[in-house]
Design a protein around this ligand. Structure first.
Ligand code: FAD
Length: 478
């Protein structure tokens, strides 16, 4: 007989495990089917956490490289310089693996605490609220209230480029590299592409970045893109925007990359690795979506604003879903927020749809990017009469103290009601500073309210207050 649960969640990524815990908190009996050997999904096992761990190493190396400036010396030689420093990738990987394993055990602990059952294996929908588990704890589960599909996404290739996963790789392989490549080409300049470009450039690789669109990080505000490209070029990252990689041929020790550049010239490049970072597709293979009749759009599961699919009793959240015409951000915190809403709706407690215009996005390249809300272009496209203010980090005392003076904060606001529509930052601690901006949007703050909010001194956050003042042309320190 099938084991009965109120809710059966398929996938223990940041969407699935958070949905499970929230449902359990609300008194429901919950099982999660996960096929990996550890809980946490993409974000924890081969996404957010391991990449940020490696980027932190890159940051440490950057600081140590300028040890002389900081007055820090090494070894027995008084005042020894920091030249000749390198990075031991085996040690780096070991530290990263410890962090990942510790956090994955943390999710397991939370499951036990909330009495969520982890069913090990691969799940398949068989209809009538049933989930068949194979490749592990073989059994059939019955969801009396709802099944939540949270199977996430997987890296996909690019047209004409064959991933061999040895030389032509995705982030899944790049995250585990035990050497610093002498040379690396990165295809795609979204968050994943620029984070790896930044990290390996800091580690000492010669990095070439190819982006099909006319600017780096194309989803960000144009000023942020321009600032990143300027900084990357200064760091020695070769950036080709408006460039199409037309072929990549792998051999045992490298890849021959051919690209058509923006000016029509052909570039030929020999690199040790080509990292393809052109996006992620939904994971629905062998899930039984056709058998139960789930509606898909380009392979993603179609949901409504409370994550109901077209099949009664089946919800879907996270990277695997689409909300129709509006693009769905593939972000860990979005999948978690969706999991909470889905669980609350299933439990019958009050909940409300997510406002996707208020989702913060963070990119942990150097300099960091943090943004929330509409870009200036998007705001104008939606018909707003906008006013904007920008303020550079470079003049702030805190930025000078940290030796991190690149970048800016930009505020996009509606002229009529003074409402803050978007905040876009590139620079030191931008991924933390965006929290203030997110709250400002959530509370429908005006620029005036941001100006009247006292920002402590000396902090990087002063750039937010000053950017608000800049909207009215009156920053104090610029
Ligand atoms: P996933 O995390 O992909 O989890 C899906 C789970 O379902 C997996 O564990 C999988 O094994 C399991 N599964 C799939 N099919 C089945 C099945 N049939 N049966 C049983 N189990 C199954 N986002 C951020 O917000 N910040 C970041 O800094 C960030 N960095 C990233 C860096 C990289 C390199 C990558 C690749 C992604 C990054 N992301 C980041 C995106 C983030 O990881 C995803 O948005 C998030 O993991 C999506 O969560 P999810 O629960 O929808 O799916």
């Amino acid at each position: 007989m099938a084991e009965a649960y109120d809710v059966v969640v398929i996938g223990a990524g940041t969407g699935g495990y958070v949905a499970a815990i929230r449902a359990a908190q609300l008194g429901l009996k919950v099982a999660v089917v996960e096929k990996q050997k550890a809980l946490g999904g993409t974000c924890l096992l081969w996404g957010c956490i391991p990449t940020k761990a490696l980027l932190e190493h890159a940051h440490a190396l950057k600081v140590i490289r300028s040890a002389k400036e900081w007055g820090v010396s090494f070894g027995s030689v008084e005042g020894a310089g920091a030249s000749g420093l390198g990075i031991d990738m085996v040690q780096v990987q070991a530290r990263k693996d410890r962090i990942v394993a510790g956090l994955a055990r943390g999710v397991e602990f939370l499951f036990k605490k909330h009495k969520v059952d982890w069913i090990k294996g691969t799940a398949r929908l068989t209809g009538q609220g049933r989930v068949e588990v194979h490749d592990g704890d073989r059994q059939t589960l019955k969801a009396t209230r709802e099944i939540i599909v949270a199977t996430g996404s997987a890296a996909r290739g690019a047209p004409g480029i064959v991933l061999d996963r040895r030389r032509i790789i995705t982030s899944d392989e790049a995250i585990g590299l035990r050497e610093v490549p002498k040379s690396l080409a990165v295809l795609g300049s979204g968050a994943v592409g620029v984070e790896f470009a930044s990290m390996f450039s800091r580690f000492g690789s010669q990095v070439t970045l190819f982006e099909l669109l006319p600017r780096l990080v194309p989803a960000e505000d144009e000023q942020v893109s321009a600032e990143l490209e300027r900084s990357f070029r200064k760091q020695g990252v070769t950036c080709h925007t408006g460039a199409r990689v037309t072929s990549a041929v792998a051999s045992s020790d490298g890849v021959d990359v051919r690209a058509t550049l923006a000016d029509g010239q052909t570039a030929l490049l020999r690199v040790e690795y080509l990292l393809v970072a052109t996006g992620r597709g939904p994971v629905t293979e062998n899930l039984g979506v056709d058998e139960v009749g789930l509606a898909l759009d380009k392979g993603f599961i179609t949901v409504d604003e409370l994550y109901r699919t077209n099949v009664p009793g089946v919800s879907a959240i996270g990277d695997v879903i689409t909300r129709g015409s509006a693009p769905h951000p593939q972000l860990a915190h979005v999948s978690s927020a969706e999991g909470v809403v889905a669980a609350e709706r299933i439990a019958g407690t009050p909940t409300r749809p997510i406002n996707y215009d208020q989702v913060p996005g963070c990119t942990y390249c150097d300099p960091e990017i943090g943004s929330v809300g509409l870009t200036e272009h998007e705001a104008r496209q939606r018909g707003y009469d906008v006013h904007v203010g920008t303020f550079p980090f470079g003049v702030l005392g805190r930025a000078k103290i940290a030796g991190d003076t690149e970048g800016l904060v930009k505020i996009v606001a509606d002229k009529k009601y003074d409402e803050v529509l978007g905040v876009h930052m590139i620079g030191p601690r931008a991924t933390e500073l965006v929290a203030e901006a997110t709250l400002a949007l959530r509370l429908e703050s005006t620029v005036e309210e941001l100006i009247r909010t006292i920002h402590a001194h000396p902090t990087m956050a002063e750039a937010v207050g000053e950017a608000a003042r800049a909207v009215y042309g009156s920053p104090i320190h610029a």
